[in-house]
Design a binder for this molecule. Structure first.
Ligand SMILES: [Zn+2]
Length: 341
């Protein structure tokens, strides 16, 4: 059995399902906590490592919200965004569609124009200094209801920063039916944004149908329960609707009981375009490289299979054709130089 980790580490990759605040690594959280000494978040790395070892999902939410509380000024937003890109560059992530929840920040009093300027400034710096191309997905925090949906649609359509490519919906699915968000997705789609709601992470395949039929989903966040409905799987495969699969996240949130029981094998077998992603990587003790290693094990992939997986993410992305061709060429060049077994 070859150790695939060195190959994965150097492989140029794209990531399509990763959250802004959820990407705050202990290093970034320590920096933010040092700026706001009144917060209860520890600033030394060792205490932070303890703080980040989650006991259960409720604890994860608690830590997530305490990180949200550290993002108080536009400069915090800029720092978080640029430093997330730095963590991506270290993993050879060349392109990422970062899911940003502007409602969490504007509701907390950060000026909306300053917020947009901060993420755009970080995006340009990340591309120029780190070689990481960032694009935004603005998502509705589903648990915050229609008020948040209205605000997120307004920010996306009226303020639309240059890097914004898509409109999403996150948060819990149970008790948060997808169809109620149709008017907001209609507005975003009419403004030219792509639709990428989370669906079928913690609920059944009907949620995925709702995302397709009511929200015009072009990609599905998670879609874990798609394998419970063969008609849906065939539909996703036929229409080339990609799934954003996040294996370790699914384990951490108990969407799957055991990684070995993850339905990614059935998704691939059904011909669905599967992409591998990290969701909230430091909070789940993972990163994209680790998710590729998990996928290699579950799907029994070699280097060529991993390169194809990386190309799936490029194909499923909202990059323009020239941008896609550039990353695919990088993947091919890298794979060609890799010693054959
Ligand atoms: Zn997510």
């Amino acid at each position: 059995m070859t150790d695939l980790h060195p190959f994965i580490a150097g492989l140029p990759k794209a990531e399509l399902h990763v959250h802004h605040v959820g990407s705050a690594s202990p290093r970034i959280v320590a920096e933010l906590a040092a700026r706001h000494p009144d917060s209860k978040v520890p600033t030394d790395p060792e205490a932070l490592a303890d703080y980040f070892s989650f006991t259960d999902f409720a604890h994860f939410i608690e830590v997530y919200l305490s990180v949200v509380d550290l993002i108080r000024t536009p400069e915090d937003v800029r720092l978080l965004t640029f430093e997330v890109a730095r963590d991506m560059a270290r993993q050879n992530i060349r392109y990422a569609e970062l899911t940003v929840t502007p409602f969490s920040s504007t509701r907390r009093g950060i000026d909306e124009n300053a917020f947009m300027a901060a993420i755009e400034d970080a995006r340009k710096a990340a591309e120029a200094e780190l070689g990481v191309v960032l694009r935004w997905c603005f998502d509705i925090p589903g648990e915050a209801g229609l008020e948040a949906a209205e605000e997120t649609a307004r920010l996306a359509v009226d303020l639309r920063p240059d890097g914004l490519v898509s409109f999403g919906l996150g948060g819990p699915e149970i008790g948060v039916p997808r169809p109620q968000f149709k008017p907001y997705f209609d507005r975003a789609i009419a403004a030219g944004l792509h639709s990428v709601p989370h669906a079928g992470e913690t609920t059944g395949p009907q949620t995925i149908w709702d995302a397709l039929n009511d929200l015009g989903a072009e990609r599905i966040g998670h879609g874990t329960s798609a394998t419970q409905d063969p008609t849906l799987l065939a539909h996703l495969a036929e229409h080339r609707i990609p799934l954003e699969v996040c294996p370790t996240s699914n384990l951490a949130t108990r969407a799957v009981r055991d990684l070995d029981e993850h339905p990614v094998k059935e998704m691939v077998a059904a011909g669905v375009l599967v992409t591998i992603n990290s969701d909230d990587p430091p909070m789940f003790g993972s990163d994209l490289n680790n998710e590729y290693a998990v996928a290699a094990r579950l799907l029994q992939l070699d280097e060529r299979g991993l390169a194809d997986l990386a190309k799936n993410a490029v194909e499923a992305s909202f990059l323009d054709p020239a941008g896609k061709a550039r990353i695919v060429a990088e993947i091919d060049a890298y794979t060609a130089t890799w010693p054959a077994r």
